[in-house]
Design a protein around this ligand. Structure first.
Ligand SMILES: [Zn+2]
Length: 343
């Protein structure tokens, strides 16, 4: 049995077969309050993969914080003896945004457009650089947890580059209802991880500033599935049986409101829809000037607004298209049942 080598994060050395909480130093607030990124490291006795799980890169996306909290106390991770390799948990990357309940940094930059960052750059760039140096570069695999934006909810989904062999395997192993073969965005953590050849998944589920149990539970199970896949924990009775998800979205499309008014919605996230199906009706406060919102394609609702007060052009329903929609319909009904967590 090979012993784990030393791991140093935030200046702290973490011994094999131990857990440690460390705080990575960041620039202070302007009132001179110290700021740090809290990190929990769990090191197994045996050498193995090093997986980071991060959340709240967008400070108002709090589902992932709850996912990591529950993961830390999961029975499968009770003893470091049972773990191969190292699990690095970073529940709040954007601590500045989290404390302001904001997606952004105080300088209004989006952290997920600032990777890999620079140590002399603006605050967001420094934070991105610190995260890359202290966490990403010290790991072999990554999972980054996100939610929909404020007042928009997403069905639990994995976004990943499926042309990367191991990333595709991890995406399948995660076992979320939907996988989106998402292109990389400039300055994103996914792009920076790819530059380093570190397979990384991005999970999206639920809505900003809300806990969504369905999304939290899906993410928690997914992370444990990935840990089993890469050999960090043993397969237990909790491993999900059955077919792996094969529902990979080719493209997705936002349906925008054809007029202003209040929206009466007839569909929810997870529903499959047909081309020209009526998704909802927008009307004035007296119920007049009603206009139907139609689906422009066959697909599934993967995201939707949770605020029914709509201006012309507002993004209202996010629809993804799949290779085989009929198969998806059956799969979704059998495995997940109706998805009630819409609001
Ligand atoms: Zn996000």
């Amino acid at each position: 049995m090979k012993e784990n080598k030393n791991v140093t994060i935030g200046g702290a050395s973490i011994a094999p077969n131990s857990r440690k909480q460390v705080h990575i130093k960041l620039p202070r607030l302007y009132d001179y309050t110290e700021m740090t990124i809290p990190v929990k490291v769990m090191r197994g006795k045996k050498e193995g993969p090093r997986l980071f799980v991060s959340a709240a890169i967008h400070g108002d996306e709090i589902n992932g914080v709850e996912v990591i909290k529950r993961l830390l106390h999961h029975p499968d991770l009770k003893s470091t003896q049972d773990i191969c390799g190292t699990l690095v948990l970073v529940p709040i990357v954007n601590v500045f945004g989290y404390n302001n309940k904001s997606r952004y940094l105080p300088d209004r930059r989006d952290l997920n457009r600032c990777f890999p960052g620079h140590y002399q750059g603006p605050l967001a760039s420094q934070l991105a650089y610190t995260f890359m140096e202290e966490i990403v570069k010290k790991c072999t695999h990554g999972i980054d947890l996100h939610t929909g934006a404020v007042r928009r909810t997403n069905i639990p989904q994995i976004r990943a580059c499926l042309d990367q062999g191991e990333t595709q395997e991890l995406a399948q192993a995660f076992n979320a209802p939907v996988i989106i073969n998402a292109q990389l965005r400039d300055g994103s953590l996914r792009e920076a991880a790819r530059e380093l050849n570190i397979p990384m998944l991005l999970f999206e589920g639920g809505e900003a500033l809300r806990f969504d149990d369905y999304a939290i539970d899906t993410a928690l199970r997914g992370i444990l599935n990935v840990m089993r896949e890469i050999g960090m924990i043993k397969t237990t009775h909790e491993k999900e049986e059955g077919t792996k998800p094969i529902f990979i979205a080719r493209t997705s499309h936002w349906v925008r409101a054809p007029q202003s008014g209040s929206l009466q919605s007839f569909v929810k996230v997870g529903d499959t829809v047909k081309k020209k199906q009526i998704l909802g009706v927008i009307s004035d406060p007296f119920g007049y000037h009603a206009t139907r919102v139609e689906s422009p394609l066959n697909g599934m609702i993967i995201g939707a607004t949770t605020l029914p007060l709509i201006n012309t052009g507002d993004a209202s329903f996010h629809i993804a298209t799949f290779e085989d929609l009929k198969e998806h319909e059956q799969f979704n009904d059998q495995r997940y049942g109706p998805i009630s967590k819409v609001t």
